[in-house]
Design a protein around this ligand. Structure first.
Ligand SMILES: [Zn+2]
Length: 472
């Protein structure tokens, strides 16, 4: 398996820290819960979902942590404007985030640590204390504590950023005069009136942590000092991830992250998404236009993560079409396995399944475009074979098994099984009775009536199973 590492700007062979146990620790920067996340945020979360699922398909055990930033300038401002306590303000957006995660079938991380958790605040304070003791940080006159980037020679390496350029810009915000270097970033922000009730005690007076130290504290607390993979969007690279490296390595003295993976931007109709352009969409906005979570998942998944993704309504329709082709293909394969005797399959020798082509493509820096290309090529070929009545039950079953395997990564199967209408259930029960009485004619009639309702009935070891018939 190979990934493009932002740190080296190269494709590197993936070797986790603990190859024998095949455990992979992944840290992903999660949402800042001051508003509902937009579809651009979810593009990154879906890329991370793909990464996790593919590693699992390849036999790794993934331990994934995604933080929730529930205290920062934006959350504090939002709470103040809404005149509600910070925790109450952020709770609604946390809830909305998990709803959208569910809609898009994103696997939940093992942990979702929140920055305001006292145990993490304590850890952040401890890390800052160590950084000060090593002269990597200092308290300025404004009482805030800053990281001293000049003392950390590797600062700028992730972003491939020249620090002298940073100095020459000469842009200094009025509230940052106290810093030694324009690039020094806040580890601890001293309390001011705007913060209202939001404050924690620290050796440097009341205040709150900076955003960067939150991630350093929570990632190392839950995944250890050295993390296999750290992900995020490209806009996280500088200064956020650069700062995370400086803080974490400044404290532990160890290499913080082995592989940095970053997801490219999402554009809408070729433009940057913004509220003023009216092209700013959340997941519910897309659902309100009549699309499903599965369709949006596909639309956000299908482009390689390092390529900017252009979201369009036309693209959503293409996603719907592609999924329709998958649904129809699965239904046809299903039909064949039912018609013939599956007990003694005789797989088609001429059309063996290239079992690994899909996952081999994903091994290559998650090349989803190539993987999906292979899927649709396989669909075309098997459809042709089915048109010519040349696909036997054994082969159909083998394709269905293959789909089951790759769908653990894609998670794109239609999930309409859950809502079987009572009429279809009633007919299925009658059919069950007919079969027990060995009345095959009646059984077939009932099957046709169920089919006419848009459902298919399959006989399994556990009895009958109803699945929605694919749309033709
Ligand atoms: Zn982060």
């Amino acid at each position: 398996m190979r990934f493009f590492n932002t740190y080296s700007r190269q494709i590197e062979k993936f070797e986790p820290r603990d190859p024998a146990r095949r455990i992979v620790g992944i840290y992903t920067c999660g949402p800042t819960v001051y508003s509902r996340a937009h579809i651009g945020n979810f593009r990154a979360y879906i890329f991370e979902d793909l990464l996790q699922r593919h590693l699992e398909l390849r036999g790794y055990k993934v331990h994934r942590v995604m933080n929730i930033t529930d205290v920062d300038d934006k959350t504090i401002r939002g709470a103040r404007e809404a005149s509600v306590p910070l925790t109450k303000f952020t709770a609604q957006f946390k809830e909305a985030f998990f709803e959208d995660v569910e809609t898009l079938r994103i696997k939940r991380a093992d942990e979702f640590p929140a920055a305001t958790d006292q145990s993490y605040i304590d850890r952040m304070i401890e890390m800052i204390r160590i950084l000060i003791s090593r002269e990597l940080a200092y308290q300025a006159e404004d009482k805030s504590v800053y990281f001293r980037i000049n003392k950390f020679p590797d600062y700028g390496k992730l972003a491939h950023f020249d620090l002298t350029q940073l100095q020459s810009t000469g842009r200094v915000k009025h509230d940052e005069y106290d810093k030694e270097h324009i690039g020094d970033f806040a580890l601890w922000k001293a309390w001011d009136e705007e913060d209202g009730e939001v404050k924690w005690d620290s050796p440097w007076g009341p205040g709150r942590p900076g955003w960067h130290i939150e991630c350093s504290a929570m990632s190392t607390a839950l995944l250890g000092d050295e993390i296999d993979i750290h992900c995020g969007g490209v806009d996280n690279i500088f200064p956020h991830h650069e700062a995370e490296i400086a803080q974490s390595e400044g404290v532990t003295g160890k290499k913080f992250v082995r592989y940095w993976l970053h997801c490219a931007h999402l554009l809408v109709d070729g433009q940057k998404m913004s509220k003023s352009l009216g092209n700013f969409y959340t997941v519910p906005d897309v659902m309100a236009k009549g699309y499903t979570g599965r369709e949006l998942r596909y639309a956000l998944l299908r482009v390689h993560y390092r390529v900017p993704l252009n979201f369009t309504w036309n693209g959503m329709n293409e996603a719907r079409e592609s999924l329709g082709r998958i649904d129809e293909w699965l239904a046809r394969l299903q039909e064949i396995t039912e018609k013939e005797n599956v007990e003694c399959p005789t797989p088609n020798a001429e059309r063996p399944i290239q079992k690994t082509a899909f996952e081999d493509a994903l091994d290559d820096d998650l090349n989803i475009s190539a993987a999906l290309g292979f899927l649709f090529e396989s669909i075309r070929e098997t459809n042709r074979a089915m048109d010519e009545n040349k696909l036997d039950a054994g082969s159909a079953k083998a394709w269905l098994d293959w789909w089951k395997r790759i769908n653990t990564v894609l998670d794109l199967q239609s999930e309409s099984e859950a809502v079987v209408p009572p009429e279809a259930t009633q007919l299925a029960q009658e059919r069950d009775t007919a079969r027990r009485e060995k009345n095959w004619k009646r059984s077939d009639e009932l099957r046709d009536r169920i089919f006419a309702l848009g459902w298919e009935v399959r006989d399994t070891k556990d009895g009958q199973k109803l699945t929605r018939r694919a749309a033709k």
